[in-house]
Design a protein. Structure first.
Length: 324
């Protein structure tokens, strides 16, 4: 088979498509198509931009598979209709704004990160941090949606949601199972939104909320389900060992542990989204995507047995373990 440059060039120019996606989302191109197909002239009116720029963006989105094009009219593809038009359960527009406006600028300094192995730092004003949190929490909402779709929670009765950032994962589990109750033990500063999220979902009577530093708190109890969502990458190896030991001390024999995060694997081909986020996390704030082999060694030492890995579409993975 003769080698071609297609793959290399596609990767090298990938930032162009990412920036065009962010721009198309920002001007409301996808939202403008939520009620049906439009021509370039109609899209220009709907978005308040020139026909030349709208054509460039619409054709780019068509080339990437996010818009369909027929007889001069553009319509939403299934995934863009679900996640970009503002009509689905999760609208990724704030996440794309974060990537285009904050993450992209941070990546401009990535060479210095590679050369120095020094963690990146974000310098944002109040508005910038607001955009940052809106983007991160929107992406978290996608993870929670995919998490809820990937697992059957009907057999659990007592969940511990430990050290996380958002209530959506436990909410998704409780919405499946009316007999499941969740105890949240989050670090100070991360508990304020939990009661509101539970109330919005009609689950206020089935939760409790406590504060405790994740790396040093042992919640205790005998829970049959323990969730650690977006925890591991935020802590050092030593802290993660302590967190997993505290989780085991709070679990009943045979309990299930679900670790949601990005992981570096040893498969013939590394899962791309995990490896890209390893660069993103360290370049933004020095947090670490760990090799799954290292995580599994922590689990063994803490009294857990790793069972399987579940990939979530467009999201992190879930490493499922059992208390032994």
């Amino acid at each position: 088979m003769t080698a071609t440059p297609d793959r290399i060039v596609d990767i090298a120019i990938g930032f162009m498509g990412a920036k065009q996606l962010a721009a198309a989302s920002r001007i409301g191109l996808f939202a403008a198509l939520s009620n049906g197909g439009k021509t370039i002239a109609e899209l220009a009116v709907a978005t308040g931009r020139s026909e030349r720029q709208v054509r460039t963006l619409a054709d780019a989105m068509n080339s990437l598979g996010l818009l369909d094009r027929a007889a001069g009219s553009y319509t939403l593809a299934e995934d863009s209709a679900a996640y970009l038009a503002g009509t689905g359960n999760v609208d990724l527009t704030p996440f794309l704004a974060f990537l285009g406006g904050i993450s992209y600028r941070q990546w401009l300094g990535y060479d210095a990160t590679v050369d120095s192995d020094a963690a990146g730092t974000l310098e944002l004003d109040e508005a910038g941090w607001s955009d940052f949190m809106a983007g991160v929490m929107t992406y978290n909402a996608l993870h929670a949606e995919q998490f809820g779709a990937a697992f059957d929670f009907s057999s659990y009765r007592s969940a511990l949601d430990f050290g996380g950032l958002a209530a959506g994962f436990s909410v998704a589990a409780m919405q499946q199972n009316p007999e499941l109750r969740t105890r949240f033990v989050y670090a100070p500063g991360f508990t304020d939104s939990i009661a509101e999220a539970a109330a919005d979902a009609g689950l206020s009577e089935r939760i409790s909320v406590e504060e405790g530093e994740t790396e040093s708190t042992t919640p205790g109890g005998a829970h049959d389900l323990v969730l650690l969502t977006h925890v591991l990458h935020r802590f050092t190896a030593e802290q993660n060992q302590a967190i997993l030991e505290a989780a085991r001390a709070s679990a009943a024999p045979g309990a299930t542990l679900m670790l949601l995060d990005f992981f570096l694997d040893q498969d013939p081909t590394q899962r791309r989204i995990d490896a890209l986020h390893a660069g993103e996390y360290f370049n933004i704030d020095g947090t670490v995507v760990y090799p799954v082999t290292e995580v599994e060694s922590w689990l063994t030492d803490a009294g857990w047995e790793s069972e399987r890995m579940v990939d979530l579409p467009g999201s992190p993975r879930v490493l499922v373990a059992r208390a032994v």
